[in-house]
Ligand binder design. Structure first.
Ligand code: FES
Length: 256
């Protein structure tokens, strides 16, 4: 699906956890479901106002009956605070879907035992990923790591086989790293999104057991459409833009 730019109406704005918000807007066409891992450039301010750049935000859920499109985002700066100030009925400019995303139907057609591993706000694309995998016939196991308290995990339960939580503080689930919980050889493929250090750890576990691994990268973005080259990363198969060639890559291409 090609990226389009349009003004969409806000349906809901919810606080999920400290500094974590969920924004739901009315997408035009319920049949145009994005791939999990795709993102949208959001702009809740005039073209000549600051910040200059729109904000790339991951889609966390999509309702293919109503066209409700939901984003999960962290309050980080001026742009996300302006997005958080939007009230139901107001509009914002949405450009997308951007990037390649995970092809859940192809993954579920090829692999039976799938692990999905995420950390912090990097769990955002994983809910839609689990939903799309489940609809395609595979219920993945989900491993998530948070600093102190998980958020949004209740929504994963209907789409998953099992959910494992780790926290740095030990406040919830396993006290330690999410990678402590993952035995990659139990899976046919591992899909991951989160901090680079976590994804590198996931990739290394997968490499040891010969398990394929696919990672969704995060980068600062300007255009989000492959035009400015500001998000270019070096991979083992040449320079790639995270926003257009990615954000989903074979982990072996981007990690050592
Ligand atoms: Fe412009 Fe990726 S953000 S090319």
């Amino acid at each position: 699906m090609n990226a389009t730019s349009c003004d969409l109406k806000v349906l809901r704005q919810e606080t999920v956890a400290a500094d974590i918000m969920r924004l739901t807007v009315q997408w035009q066409d319920p049949s145009r479901e994005p791939h999990a891992g795709q993102f949208y450039m959001l702009r809740a301010w005039a073209a000549d106002a600051t910040p200059i750049l729109s904000r790339p935000i991951s889609v966390v859920d999509f309702d293919n009956q109503t066209g409700a499109l939901t984003f999960l985002y962290q309050l980080k700066g001026e742009g996300t605070h302006k997005i958080a100030a939007l009230q139901p009925g107001q509009t914002l400019t949405v450009t997308g879907p951007c990037g390649n995303g995970f092809d859940a139907a192809a993954l579920a057609g090829k692999y039976q035992r799938i692990a999905v591993v995420g950390g912090g706000i990097g769990t955002a694309p994983l809910l839609l990923l689990c939903k799309q995998l489940c609809r395609a016939g595979v219920r993945p196991d989900v491993y998530v790591g948070f600093r102190d308290t998980s958020y949004g995990m209740d929504r994963f339960v209907p789409w998953c086989h099992d959910v494992f939580v780790a926290t740095d503080s030990g406040n919830e689930g396993h006290h330690g790293l999410v990678t402590d919980l993952l035995d990659a050889k139990n899976y046919d493929i591992v899909l991951t999104c989160g901090p680079m250090v976590m994804m590198r750890g996931v990739y290394q576990l997968c490499a040891q057991s010969g398990t394929p691994c696919v990672a969704s990268l995060e980068r600062k973005m300007a255009c989000g459409l492959g035009a400015c080259l500001g998000c270019t990363c070096r991979t083992k198969v040449g320079a790639k833009t995270v926003c257009k060639d990615g954000p989903v890559f074979k982990a072996e291409e981007v990690f050592d």
